[in-house]
Design a protein around this ligand. Sequence first.
Ligand SMILES: [Mg+2]
Length: 292
Amino acid sequence: MPDPSQTLRDFQPTQDFFIGIDSDGCVFDSMEIKHKECFAPMFIKHFELQAVSKYAREVWEFVNLYSKTRGCNRFHAVIRSLDLLRERKEVSARGIDVPAFPALLEWVERESKLGNATLDAEVAGGNEGLAPIKTWSDAVNASVKDIVHGVPPFPLVRETLGLAAARGDCMVISQTPTDALEREWAENELEGFVCAIAGQELGTKTQHLEITAKEKYAPENMLMIGDAPGDHNAATANEALFFPINPGDEEASWERLHSEGLEKFFGGNFAADYQQQLLADFKNRLPENPTW
Ligand SMILES: [Mg+2]
C-alpha cells in the first residue's frame, strides 16, 4: 500500500507563511452534536454499557469535550473512557464489567495512522481483537453521516480564512476521517481556502505539521489554529505558533484572530508576549482530571 501521507511530504510552499487549521470544534461548532448524538450512543450500544449509560455518557463527554483530551483521536478516546468508567464507583456498585481490549492497546502503541483504513486492514488480516472496535467505529461514521448536517462554521471563519489564504498556505489538520472533512468543508464552500485536507488516515496532527511544513517555512511563519491542548502540543512539537479557539468562547476567539491575531502573525509580532497572553487564557479552560 503506498504511503497515503506522501502528498503531504511532497507539498511545496507557495507563500512564505503556513497556517494549519483544526476542524471540529475550531472551524465548525460540531463537537457537541458529534459526541452527544453520534459517538456517545454508539459507545453505549457497542460496548454494552446500557446498564451504566448515564455514567458512560458522562465519561465520554468529559474525555472528548470537557477535559484536556478534548479533540483526541477516537481510538485513544475509547481507551481513556473505558479506563475512567471502570474506576467509577457507580459502575462497580452495579456489578457491571467494563470491557477491555488488549488488542486496541497494542495497536495504538505501534500504529501512527489510527484511522479506518489501517483498522480495516488489521481486521481483514485476522486481528480479531480489533473487530469490536471496527464495528463501533464504522457505526460512528454512519451515524455522523446520517445526523451531522447543516452545521455551519463559526461566525467570521470564512472572512478570517480569506485573510489567511491571501498570505499563507492553509491546510486542515485534523483527527477526523478525511472523507467526513472533505464533505464538511465542501458543504460549507470552505475547501477553496485550503491547499490540503489531512485527516486521521494521514497520521497525528504533530506528524501532519512535521511532514508538510517543518523545515519548509521559518518557525515564526508557521501558525496552528485549534481548540484543544492536542492542537497546541502539535504546534509546540514543531516550533510553530498557536492561536487558540477557546472552548465555550469560540466567537470571541475568531473575532480576535480576525481583528488582530493574523495581523500580528503576518507582521512578525505574534511570538513572545502575544503568544503568552493567548496561552494563559487557554490553558485554564479545561481540567485534566474529573471531579466525580
Ligand atoms: Mg478540535
